[in-house]
Design a protein around this ligand. Structure first.
Ligand SMILES: Cc1cc2nc3c(=O)[nH]c(=O)nc-3n(C[C@H](O)[C@H](O)[C@H](O)COP(=O)(O)O)c2cc1C
Length: 175
Protein backbone atom coordinates (compact mmCIF):
# COMPACT_ATOMS: atom_id res chain seq x y z
CA UNK A 1 0.00 0.00 0.00
CA UNK A 2 1.25 3.48 -0.92
CA UNK A 3 0.05 6.27 1.41
CA UNK A 4 0.67 9.99 0.94
CA UNK A 5 0.01 12.61 3.58
CA UNK A 6 -0.05 16.10 2.06
CA UNK A 7 -0.20 19.10 4.35
CA UNK A 8 -0.11 22.89 4.46
CA UNK A 9 1.33 24.53 7.58
CA UNK A 10 2.22 28.13 8.38
CA UNK A 11 3.47 27.68 11.95
CA UNK A 12 4.29 23.97 12.11
CA UNK A 13 1.26 22.59 13.97
CA UNK A 14 -0.37 20.93 10.96
CA UNK A 15 3.03 19.58 9.88
CA UNK A 16 3.44 17.94 13.30
CA UNK A 17 -0.01 16.36 13.00
CA UNK A 18 0.87 15.15 9.48
CA UNK A 19 4.08 13.58 10.81
CA UNK A 20 2.16 11.88 13.64
CA UNK A 21 -0.34 10.54 11.07
CA UNK A 22 2.62 9.11 9.11
CA UNK A 23 3.84 7.39 12.28
CA UNK A 24 0.35 6.00 12.94
CA UNK A 25 0.13 4.60 9.39
CA UNK A 26 3.63 3.12 9.63
CA UNK A 27 2.80 1.29 12.86
CA UNK A 28 -0.61 0.02 11.67
CA UNK A 29 0.62 -0.87 8.15
CA UNK A 30 4.32 -1.72 8.50
CA UNK A 31 4.41 -2.83 4.85
CA UNK A 32 3.15 0.55 3.57
CA UNK A 33 5.26 3.02 1.63
CA UNK A 34 4.48 6.35 3.34
CA UNK A 35 5.25 9.83 1.98
CA UNK A 36 4.66 12.89 4.15
CA UNK A 37 4.84 15.95 1.90
CA UNK A 38 4.24 19.67 2.20
CA UNK A 39 1.94 20.94 -0.57
CA UNK A 40 4.94 22.50 -2.31
CA UNK A 41 6.64 19.09 -2.63
CA UNK A 42 3.55 17.08 -3.53
CA UNK A 43 3.74 17.07 -7.33
CA UNK A 44 0.99 14.98 -8.87
CA UNK A 45 3.41 12.46 -10.43
CA UNK A 46 4.40 11.44 -6.86
CA UNK A 47 0.75 10.56 -6.22
CA UNK A 48 0.06 8.43 -9.28
CA UNK A 49 0.42 5.15 -7.39
CA UNK A 50 -1.20 6.28 -4.15
CA UNK A 51 -3.82 3.99 -2.55
CA UNK A 52 -4.66 6.34 0.32
CA UNK A 53 -4.30 10.13 0.15
CA UNK A 54 -4.60 12.10 3.42
CA UNK A 55 -4.77 15.89 3.05
CA UNK A 56 -4.71 18.47 5.82
CA UNK A 57 -4.33 22.16 6.48
CA UNK A 58 -4.90 24.90 9.03
CA UNK A 59 -8.34 26.44 9.54
CA UNK A 60 -8.44 30.10 8.50
CA UNK A 61 -11.64 32.13 8.75
CA UNK A 62 -13.72 29.03 9.43
CA UNK A 63 -12.49 27.11 6.37
CA UNK A 64 -9.44 26.43 4.20
CA UNK A 65 -6.72 29.03 3.98
CA UNK A 66 -6.73 31.40 1.03
CA UNK A 67 -4.20 33.86 -0.29
CA UNK A 68 -5.25 36.78 1.94
CA UNK A 69 -5.51 34.72 5.14
CA UNK A 70 -2.09 33.21 4.42
CA UNK A 71 -0.59 36.68 3.96
CA UNK A 72 -2.22 37.81 7.22
CA UNK A 73 -0.87 34.77 9.08
CA UNK A 74 2.64 35.09 7.68
CA UNK A 75 2.63 38.86 8.33
CA UNK A 76 1.77 38.40 12.00
CA UNK A 77 4.44 35.72 12.32
CA UNK A 78 7.03 38.14 10.95
CA UNK A 79 5.89 40.81 13.43
CA UNK A 80 6.37 38.35 16.29
CA UNK A 81 9.68 37.17 14.83
CA UNK A 82 12.01 35.53 17.31
CA UNK A 83 12.79 32.07 18.64
CA UNK A 84 9.80 29.77 18.16
CA UNK A 85 8.12 32.23 15.79
CA UNK A 86 9.69 31.41 12.45
CA UNK A 87 7.27 30.39 9.70
CA UNK A 88 7.34 26.67 8.95
CA UNK A 89 9.61 25.64 6.04
CA UNK A 90 7.36 25.74 2.96
CA UNK A 91 4.94 28.20 4.53
CA UNK A 92 5.59 30.70 1.75
CA UNK A 93 4.60 28.18 -0.94
CA UNK A 94 1.13 27.39 -2.24
CA UNK A 95 -1.76 26.62 0.10
CA UNK A 96 -3.88 23.49 0.11
CA UNK A 97 -6.71 25.26 -1.76
CA UNK A 98 -4.46 25.91 -4.78
CA UNK A 99 -2.95 22.45 -4.51
CA UNK A 100 -6.39 20.81 -4.56
CA UNK A 101 -7.44 22.92 -7.54
CA UNK A 102 -4.50 21.52 -9.51
CA UNK A 103 -4.92 17.92 -8.30
CA UNK A 104 -5.65 15.69 -11.31
CA UNK A 105 -8.93 13.77 -11.19
CA UNK A 106 -8.71 10.07 -10.48
CA UNK A 107 -10.96 7.27 -11.72
CA UNK A 108 -9.24 4.65 -9.50
CA UNK A 109 -11.56 5.28 -6.51
CA UNK A 110 -8.47 5.98 -4.46
CA UNK A 111 -9.23 6.20 -0.75
CA UNK A 112 -8.78 9.59 0.90
CA UNK A 113 -9.21 11.39 4.21
CA UNK A 114 -9.07 15.03 5.33
CA UNK A 115 -7.94 16.74 8.52
CA UNK A 116 -7.28 20.22 9.83
CA UNK A 117 -5.91 22.08 12.80
CA UNK A 118 -8.14 24.60 14.55
CA UNK A 119 -8.59 26.46 17.80
CA UNK A 120 -10.67 25.10 20.66
CA UNK A 121 -13.28 27.85 20.16
CA UNK A 122 -16.81 26.44 19.84
CA UNK A 123 -17.14 28.56 16.68
CA UNK A 124 -13.79 27.54 15.18
CA UNK A 125 -15.20 26.15 11.91
CA UNK A 126 -12.79 23.80 10.16
CA UNK A 127 -10.93 23.31 6.89
CA UNK A 128 -11.31 19.54 6.69
CA UNK A 129 -14.89 19.51 5.34
CA UNK A 130 -13.88 21.71 2.40
CA UNK A 131 -10.83 19.54 1.74
CA UNK A 132 -12.98 16.36 1.82
CA UNK A 133 -15.54 17.91 -0.53
CA UNK A 134 -12.85 18.80 -3.06
CA UNK A 135 -11.28 15.34 -2.82
CA UNK A 136 -14.68 13.81 -3.61
CA UNK A 137 -15.03 16.23 -6.52
CA UNK A 138 -11.75 14.87 -7.89
CA UNK A 139 -13.02 11.28 -7.80
CA UNK A 140 -11.53 10.18 -4.45
CA UNK A 141 -13.49 7.94 -2.07
CA UNK A 142 -13.38 9.77 1.26
CA UNK A 143 -13.33 6.92 3.78
CA UNK A 144 -13.34 8.80 7.11
CA UNK A 145 -15.17 11.71 8.68
CA UNK A 146 -13.17 14.95 8.31
CA UNK A 147 -11.10 15.31 11.45
CA UNK A 148 -9.99 18.39 13.42
CA UNK A 149 -6.98 18.60 15.77
CA UNK A 150 -6.73 21.36 18.33
CA UNK A 151 -4.17 24.06 19.03
CA UNK A 152 -3.87 26.20 22.14
CA UNK A 153 -4.10 29.96 21.63
CA UNK A 154 -5.25 31.82 18.56
CA UNK A 155 -2.78 31.16 15.73
CA UNK A 156 0.66 29.63 16.20
CA UNK A 157 -0.14 26.94 18.75
CA UNK A 158 1.28 24.89 20.34
CA UNK A 159 -0.84 21.81 19.79
CA UNK A 160 -3.09 20.86 22.69
CA UNK A 161 -1.59 18.10 24.82
CA UNK A 162 -2.48 14.65 23.50
CA UNK A 163 -3.23 15.72 19.92
CA UNK A 164 -0.21 13.91 18.44
CA UNK A 165 -1.39 10.66 20.06
CA UNK A 166 -4.90 11.31 18.79
CA UNK A 167 -3.49 11.80 15.28
CA UNK A 168 -1.54 8.50 15.49
CA UNK A 169 -4.68 6.68 16.66
CA UNK A 170 -6.86 8.25 13.95
CA UNK A 171 -4.33 7.27 11.28
CA UNK A 172 -4.37 3.68 12.47
CA UNK A 173 -8.11 3.49 11.61
CA UNK A 174 -7.52 4.48 7.96
CA UNK A 175 -6.86 2.22 5.00
C1 LIG B 1 -5.56 34.60 9.35
C2 LIG B 1 -5.94 33.48 10.28
C3 LIG B 1 -7.27 33.13 10.47
C4 LIG B 1 -7.62 32.08 11.34
N1 LIG B 1 -8.94 31.72 11.47
C5 LIG B 1 -9.27 30.67 12.27
C6 LIG B 1 -10.62 30.21 12.36
O1 LIG B 1 -11.54 30.74 11.75
N2 LIG B 1 -10.89 29.16 13.17
C7 LIG B 1 -9.90 28.52 13.88
O2 LIG B 1 -10.20 27.57 14.59
N3 LIG B 1 -8.62 28.93 13.81
C8 LIG B 1 -8.28 29.98 13.02
N4 LIG B 1 -6.97 30.37 12.94
C9 LIG B 1 -5.95 29.64 13.72
C10 LIG B 1 -5.42 28.47 12.88
O3 LIG B 1 -6.32 27.40 12.97
C11 LIG B 1 -4.03 28.09 13.38
O4 LIG B 1 -3.17 29.15 13.04
C12 LIG B 1 -3.58 26.80 12.71
O5 LIG B 1 -4.31 25.70 13.15
C13 LIG B 1 -2.12 26.56 13.01
O6 LIG B 1 -1.67 25.59 12.11
P1 LIG B 1 -0.25 25.74 11.41
O7 LIG B 1 0.74 25.92 12.53
O8 LIG B 1 -0.04 24.46 10.71
O9 LIG B 1 -0.32 26.90 10.47
C14 LIG B 1 -6.61 31.40 12.07
C15 LIG B 1 -5.26 31.77 11.89
C16 LIG B 1 -4.93 32.78 11.01
C17 LIG B 1 -3.46 33.15 10.83
Amino acid sequence: MHVAIVYESLFGNTRQIAEAISEGIRSSHPEAEVDCLGVGQAASDRLRTVDLLIVGGPTHMYGMTWSLSRRMGLGSERMNAGPGHEPDPGAEGPGVRTWLRNLPKTDRHTHAAAFDTRTTSPTSGGAAHGIARRLRGHGYDVVAKPHGFFIEGAADGPLRAGELDRARSWAATLD
